[in-house]
Design a protein around this ligand. Structure first.
Ligand SMILES: [Zn+2]
Length: 311
């Protein structure tokens, strides 16, 4: 277990935790987790800071037993070779790191949803000068705390950066998660979010929301924008659609995947011809890189001005 995690109780009080035998206890007497029979356990060296008593959560306190080793599965390695990784994510990752080092010597970054390292994030994970804390709702070798992102069990104003990729579609209250990101970041801290736009449901029951570039920008209205836009264009959206169409006809997920890969591969060259503006209207995902600023909140009218699509 990392020793320098800025842990707190996940409940609203965000009280300090006390290391006790078998786990962590809340130091606030008014909290259920103050009681010895309600302490937060540590499983496989990972603190499980999930509170079903204090928070409305999809996580089970008992889900602490899940520990998943997910080295790139055969399929995603194949997919990476055939369809390729997003150049946009890689470029954004480089810019995120560059911005981090402008004001910090050994920046601290929180990765939300770190159970599986995101595609295009090697540069972040491989940088030894960056201290990364990873959280997810299950354990893995890249997870330091198991918790629900709606209720981050972490001290406010601590992090220099937060990375949240392919997570916001899986939370029921994205605005609450973003307010938690805002809270744990120090002033001028960076956030990078990448979220699906034109993609089908991909984690079964745990998939709730999609965002356009502008909807996503508004979600981060308390942040100053550094860069935002669409991630991977209509050609990939077409491949996704083929995959799900074939799946729905054949009832076979595997056959759908094969068709999706073939179409994705054949349409790869098309990426060079699609317009930049189509990224606002028909991209596969959207991204936002921004900085926590004091007082600078975007209005509804401000958002309208930002549209740069084809219409
Ligand atoms: Zn508490």
């Amino acid at each position: 277990m990392k020793t320098n995690l800025p842990l707190t109780c996940p409940c609203k009080l965000k009280s300090n935790l006390l290391r006790v035998e078998g786990g962590f206890a809340c130091q606030n007497e008014e909290c259920e987790h103050f009681r010895p029979d309600d302490i937060f356990p540590i499983v496989n060296e990972i603190p499980v800071l999930v509170s079903e008593k204090r928070c409305d959560t999809v996580c089970d306190e008992g889900s602490d037993q899940t520990y998943i080793e997910r080295p790139l599965s055969g399929f995603s390695r194949l997919k990476k070779m055939i369809v390729g990784e997003s150049k946009t994510t890689k470029a954004n990752c480089s810019l995120f790191i560059e911005e981090l080092f402008l004001k910090n010597i050994k920046p601290k970054v929180l990765v939300i949803g770190s159970g599986e390292k995101g595609s295009g994030t090697e540069e972040l994970w491989n940088n030894n000068e960056i201290e990364i804390h990873g959280i997810d709702i299950y354990g893995s070798s890249s997870v330091d705390v198991i918790c629900d992102a709606h209720y981050l069990p972490l001290k406010g104003g601590y992090y220099d950066g937060v990375w949240i990729q392919a997570v916001l579609e899986h939370v029921l209250e994205p605005t609450l998660v973003v307010s938690e990101i805002h809270r744990v970041l120090r002033v001028n801290g960076l956030v990078y979010a990448e979220t699906p736009f034109m993609q089908q449901v991909h984690e079964g029951a745990y998939d709730f929301t999609r965002f356009t570039v502008l909807g996503h920008r508004y979600l981060f209205r308390k942040f100053e924008s550094i860069r935002m836009g669409g991630n991977q264009g209509p050609e990939l959206v077409f491949a996704w659609a083929t995959r799900y169409l074939i799946w729905s006809i054949t009832r076979s997920r595997k056959i759908g995947r094969v068709f999706g890969l073939v179409v994705g591969f054949l349409l790869r060259p098309v990426a060079y011809f699609v317009s930049k503006s189509s990224m606002f209207d028909a991209s596969s995902g959207v991204f936002f890189l921004g900085r926590k600023s004091e007082g600078n909140v975007l209005t509804h009218k401000d958002i309208i001005q930002l549209y740069a699509g084809q219409m």
